[in-house]
Design a protein around this ligand. Structure first.
Ligand code: SAM
Length: 229
């Protein structure tokens, strides 16, 4: 599957905006109720992430391939994770799994300062070049996000957008006081969305729905010796 081709000029037509509003309404019907999150998804031009043949699918509520065996997440998943993260403007967020950069754009639209880590060098290069062309400026990092980003910790929020076999201890350690970590954890086929909140040295875990993400790689990922299936 070829990569999408970055477009220097992003055309955002009346039709695109209309399709985006329909998508937002669909997400509302599916249970997303946080107005700031819905508004953020209503602003990011998802069609800019799609190439040629797939362009007409940009505003369907589906994940799509972006090359290197990876996907741009389903809008519902992006909305669900963003809602569970409980983002406030000005917070410092670490996103693990930059991929296409779509989720990072949503977090930026929510007013966050975003650090985003990608393991795959080609995806990292592509997205680091592409997002600024659209006016989105997270801090891009190439590396193993299962280890977090100790040099920039602590973070108010940490969001993992790949399926993990375990909750990496490093990520909990890098949460600020009252910090929140949202992470899908389970087998290679199915993961439960967890929200972990830090109060001092106490971590509270809430469990939500099941999802199916591509695997988290790296030290505390699927090629680090952890196996649940
Ligand atoms: N957030 C992305 C978006 O909005 O398009 C979707 C992420 S995609 C489902 C998962 C991404 O996690 C892939 O790009 C993959 O290369 C990356 N990944 C997997 N293991 C990683 C790790 N240990 N550190 C950083 N990124 C990782």
């Amino acid at each position: 599957m070829p990569f999408f081709t970055p477009k220097p000029m992003i055309e955002d037509t009346y039709r695109h905006r209309g399709l985006r509003q329909k998508l937002v309404e669909k997400l509302r019907q599916k249970g997303i109720s946080n107005e700031a999150v819905l508004s953020a998804l209503g602003k990011v031009p998802r069609h800019a992430f799609f190439d040629g043949a797939l362009l007409s699918h940009a505003y369907e509520d589906k994940a799509f391939p972006i090359g290197e065996g990876q996907t741009i997440s389903q809008p519902y998943t992006v909305a669900f994770q963003s809602e569970k993260l409980m983002v406030a403007s000005g917070q410092r967020i670490l996103e693990i799994g930059t991929g296409s950069g779509y989720q990072a754009c949503v977090l930026l639209e929510l007013g966050a300062v975003v650090y985003t880590i990608e393991y795959n060098e080609k995806l990292f290069e592509r997205t680091r070049n592409f997002l600024p062309e659209m006016g989105y400026h997270p801090f891009f990092v190439l590396g193993d996000g299962s280890k977090g980003l100790r040099s920039k910790a602590p973070f108010d929020r940490i969001l993992v957008t790949a399926g993990a076999p375990v909750v990496p201890t490093e990520l909990k350690d890098q949460l600020a006081e009252n910090g929140v970590l949202v992470i899908p954890v389970g087998t290679l086929d199915k993961q439960k969305m967890l929200r972990i909140t830090r109060k001092g040295s106490t971590f509270t875990t809430e469990e939500f729905d099941n999802f199916a993400f591509v695997p988290l790689l790296g030290k505390d990922g699927w090629n680090g010796g952890n196996k649940n299936s």
